[in-house]
Design a protein around this ligand. Sequence first.
Ligand code: FAD
Ligand code: SF4
Ligand code: SF4
Ligand code: SF4
Length: 500
Amino acid sequence: MTENNTEKIETQYDYSFEYIQKKLEGKKDSFGMLMKEIVRTGVCTECGTCAAVCPVLEWDHVTAQPKLTGKCTGCGICYNQCPRTITDPYVLMGQFGTGYVANTNIPEVIGGQDGGTVTSILCYLFDEHLIDAAIVTMKDPSKPWHPVAQIITSKDDAIKSSGSIYSHSQTVEALMDAIRQDFRSIAFVGTPCNIDAVKKMFDSPTGMLKYFMRAHVLSIGLFCMDSFAPEAIYPFFEKDGIDLSKVQKMDINKGKFHVYYDPEAEPIKSYTIKQLDKFKSSSCNFCTDLTAENADISVGSVGSGAKRNTVFARSGLGREIMEDAAEKGYLTIEPFNAINLNAVLFLAKLKKVAQYNIQKRKVFIVRDTVEEEEPRIETKPEIQQDSVKSPLGTRKFISASQTLKEREKVVTLSLTNTIGYVLEDLKIRIVTVEELFEKRPWITTIKELFPFETIEIGYPLDVPEGQPIAANILVEASTESFGKLFSRTFKVAPTEEKTK
Ligand SMILES: Cc1cc2nc3c(=O)[nH]c(=O)nc-3n(C[C@H](O)[C@H](O)[C@H](O)COP(=O)(O)OP(=O)(O)OC[C@H]3O[C@@H](n4cnc5c(N)ncnc54)[C@H](O)[C@@H]3O)c2cc1C
Ligand code: SF4
Ligand code: SF4
Ligand code: SF4
């Protein structure tokens, strides 16, 4: 290669680096994000692209990672070339025709969740006789802040349904009821996972709604970052002094969860989302859709400021409805460029890559034998009892299995949290039952057992040398808040013994 050629290549390279730098201005992607999302999570393919495009990055063959050799400007070029990052706006937010910043003009709706756009759309649809029913989610009158999906048929009920409840709602059940009741034109409001269910039921070859030609469903999707298990988060709120019956509003804003007794006043309590992470519904860890990518109209708050909504009209019908509702005075809309798109893209990306950060603990190292408790004198072994009565009914919180390491004379008990939220301070008690007496109690407390996480506990058997292994092991698990969750007696015997 001649000197001239080298110069030419360098000039072109500099030009494209600067050009892309300008294009990426204002975005928060950087080398730090690349390390956090891709390299430290183990998602990196070691292709070396990041190092190839940046003058201050080189490939470190020892650590098999990119390494800085100079000052990083945070331009984000490396992040945007990496094959594992998600950067295309349409991949992050789905396809849409146009977007708006919107807020309600209906006085009774002002003070709804954000801009009151969803409720205003429903009011418009009822007034214009474009729908005969809508599926919404309201608060269960018998259980404060528990969601119940409802079929509504009037504007008044639409107004009553405004506001967000940050928990899964069984909206599709209500939709099926509405279809069975012969409602023909239905607006369906739901989180992205709810919208996906409806889409699948319409589009998939085996979809249940595919053949309901009479039902027209307009889907209005809510942006959604996460939802929380009521059985886990509400007891935590109550312990923290919140009276749920007095709560008027909950909202999530800039990474904080706020609880209000008076929506116009300061929140009574605020938590970082990180603090509440353990109460998050397990499914939300696997969810990659922030903006309800499959809805006709998607509505959220991020990107549009207080008391307003960011709206994407994804179908022609969605666009017509938005614009006609604005023309008829239900809504005020501002055009697409009023949206702070970078804020939406940033959150959408956090959600798409969240699944890279899931690191499941599979095995707990439980401390060695602790004789913390006097053996109970007499107990009746509970045989093969899988689910035990708890204050929440017969829901199965824990499943368990055992394997025997014959040579070591150790039985390994695997206990799995089978519900969708974390079990805190889980007390596990293991004893050997001989006739009616308990011996050698082992007690341990697991601080947190995450949803679907399994712990393994090795329990040594007391079998004299030369004697065959035969033992009944009683395993019990309880928490302070739920009481006894699990109790089962395992008959431990060598494999050939069992098959006899
Ligand atoms: C679980 C959850 C998480 C969310 N996370 C985010 C987020 O991270 N970022 C963001 O920008 N926006 C988020 N949103 C959306 C936001 O809270 C508002 O719903 C949205 O901005 C519309 O505001 P609005 O003023 O138009 O709503 P409103 O006019 O007050 O109408 C709200 C509608 O939501 C319905 N609804 C309430 N709770 C549920 C529920 N659990 N399931 C299904 N429908 C429900 C009601 O029936 C009502 O029709 C979330 C919403 C939910 C339900
Ligand atoms: S200077 Fe730009 S391309 Fe280089 S490491 Fe920093 S963010 Fe990445
Ligand atoms: S470009 Fe992405 S995948 Fe390739 S080496 Fe760099 S971080 Fe890894
Ligand atoms: S985060 Fe995903 S799975 Fe969880 S409620 Fe929202 S849309 Fe559904």
